[in-house]
Design a protein around this ligand. Structure first.
Ligand SMILES: Cc1cc2nc3c(=O)[nH]c(=O)nc-3n(C[C@H](O)[C@H](O)[C@H](O)COP(=O)(O)OP(=O)(O)OC[C@H]3O[C@@H](n4cnc5c(N)ncnc54)[C@H](O)[C@@H]3O)c2cc1C
Length: 459
């Protein structure tokens, strides 16, 4: 039977392993660089607080995933929460999404948004970039007051170089009726993919990888950081000196990292893509406060460019176990393109974000009882023209080398935890089918040869 090697034990890698075993396929090994599996879905526990690697909320709309969660954990162990999310701009909190909730904003802003919508550029047939996409669907006012500055901060990238293909379910649409109604009435609306969400009652989002982990027969080999991959001879090398050969490789590593480490046939030319794949990094600052009833909000989007961060969210409102009694906690995020900021600049920016957060919330430094800064090296993939043109070709070439690069960063896409579990399921099932077909073919071939041998022997 083919030997499968899985690189990375985040949700996608763990789900691949789980689904291989579910299909009675145990000839695999799974390696992880960290000393704990979980990837982006790890949680940190400190002084009674729990922090995830920034807000990780569960959006479930796939029956298989829901059934899996229910049987492995029990849905009763998840809080089902109706979103209370806001936008903070012009010193005002408005309900999210901005494009249907202008209530409370200065009149000139509301007027710009409505006029902009009426005069939106509906004639643009196929928007070339996110900027044009906003002009077509929302107009210049809503763009100027929310989407342009917000997305620029989230991506840390020129939004005229970002394609609109990622928008899909992530950006709720609007109409003149919704805009006007939302300007006249202060009322949250159930729109968008995240109007309600689930969150584990205890232990943070790490509950999810732990569920998969608990059910695996094979152990995750932690502290195994891949240093190079010999695609020709099908061997993975690790920094600790270990090496492992494979027939099929499943990589959940960021695609640019994987390509950089791969040694290939001169004809394949995969490595040249390494620097073309753009992804931003994120600093996630987490704060614990000695204040019990800070806010009932779940999260706040902060579009204005004078604020260094683009979002803050409140752990204690996801589950009461995220902060000790009488305390509250939050996460905040700001992004940068790797290599564009020094360590000192990032430290200064983090401090600026903390100070600005305190001032928005009316708190002081004396209220902070814990601060935990986390660095997510890979956060948001940039959907640029190069990606659009070349990504499929890259994956095709990798498949020809018996490599499946899967998951959020393996596939170089925006995707959720649910999708990570489903990506792993698809990878496992593809491998099982492929090896089953190959095995049947070999046994068929063997059968034919032995029949021929028999025939020859009787001649
Ligand atoms: C800012 C942000 C917010 C998000 N919010 C949500 C949300 O609210 N809801 C939601 O559903 N999803 C959310 N997601 C998406 C979710 O985090 C991902 O879809 C999911 O965690 C991806 O899992 P993965 O296994 O594909 O990748 P990862 O979790 O990145 O796992 C990859 C693994 O590979 C390992 N690895 C990397 N390099 C090496 C190496 N050289 N050698 C060995 N191992 C290596 C890593 O340590 C890691 O464990 C968010 C993502 C981000 C970035």
């Amino acid at each position: 039977m083919s030997k499968v090697v899985i690189l990375g034990a985040g949700l996608t890698g763990l789900s691949t392993a789980y689904h291989l075993e579910k299909n009675k396929f145990s000839n695999y090994k799974i390696f992880e660089q960290d000393n704990t599996p979980g990837g982006l879905c790890k949680s940190i526990k400190q002084d009674g607080f729990i922090f995830d690697y920034t807000g990780h909320l569960l959006h479930i709309n796939d029956e298989y995933f829901k059934t899996f969660l229910d049987s492995a954990l029990g849905l009763e162990n998840l809080n089902l929460i109706q979103r209370r999310s806001f936008v903070f701009s012009n010193e005002t909190f408005t309900h999210y999404p901005f494009q249907t909730n202008l209530y409370g904003l200065p009149n000139n802003v509301i007027s710009e948004c409505i006029k902009g919508f009426v005069n939106r550029k509906t004639k643009i047939r196929k928007p070339k970039n996110f900027h044009e996409w906003v002009l077509k669907h929302f107009g210049n006012g809503i763009g100027k007051h929310f989407h342009f500055p917000f997305q620029k901060k989230l991506f840390s990238y020129d939004i005229k170089k970002v394609l609109p293909s990622w928008t899909g379910r992530f950006v709720p649409s609007t109409s003149l009726k919704s805009i006007v109604e939302g300007a006249l009435e202060d009322k949250a609306k159930k729109v968008g993919y995240n109007s309600s969400f689930y969150y584990p009652k205890s232990n943070g989002i790490q509950t999810l990888p732990n569920l998969l982990l608990r059910q695996l027969q094979n152990k995750v080999l932690t502290n195994h950081k891949v240093s190079s991959i010999d695609l020709k001879n099908k061997i993975v090398f690790f920094e600790n000196g270990h090496q492992e050969s494979y027939n099929i490789l499943v990589s959940t590593l960021p695609l640019n990292v994987f390509l950089k480490m791969s040694k290939e046939k001169s004809s394949t030319n995969l490595k040249s893509a390494t620097n073309k794949l753009v992804c931003n990094s994120l600093i996630n600052f987490n704060l614990g406060f000695n204040v019990g009833d800070l806010t009932t909000k779940h999260w706040i989007y902060v579009p204005e460019s004078k604020y260094a961060f683009y979002r803050i969210g409140f752990w204690h409102n996801f589950s009461e176990n995220m902060a000790p009694k009488g305390h509250s906690s939050l996460y905040g995020e700001f992004s940068h393109i790797p290599g564009t900021k020094t360590k000192k600049q990032l430290e200064n920016l983090t401090q600026k974000c903390v100070n600005q957060t305190l001032s928005i919330l009316g708190l002081s430094k004396q209220n902070i009882v814990i601060q935990k800064n986390l660095h997510l090296k890979h956060a948001y993939v940039i959907y640029d023209a190069w990606r659009e043109k070349n990504l499929k070709k890259l994956h095709k070439k990798l498949n020809e080398e018996s490599v499946y690069s899967v998951g959020r960063f393996g596939e170089w896409k925006y995707s959720s935890m649910q999708e990570a579990v489903l990506d792993g399921k698809i990878a496992a099932e593809t491998i099982v089918n492929k090896t089953f077909l190959a095995a049947s073919k070999t046994s068929l071939e063997k059968n034919i040869i032995s029949q021929q041998d028999k025939k020859e022997a009787t001649l």
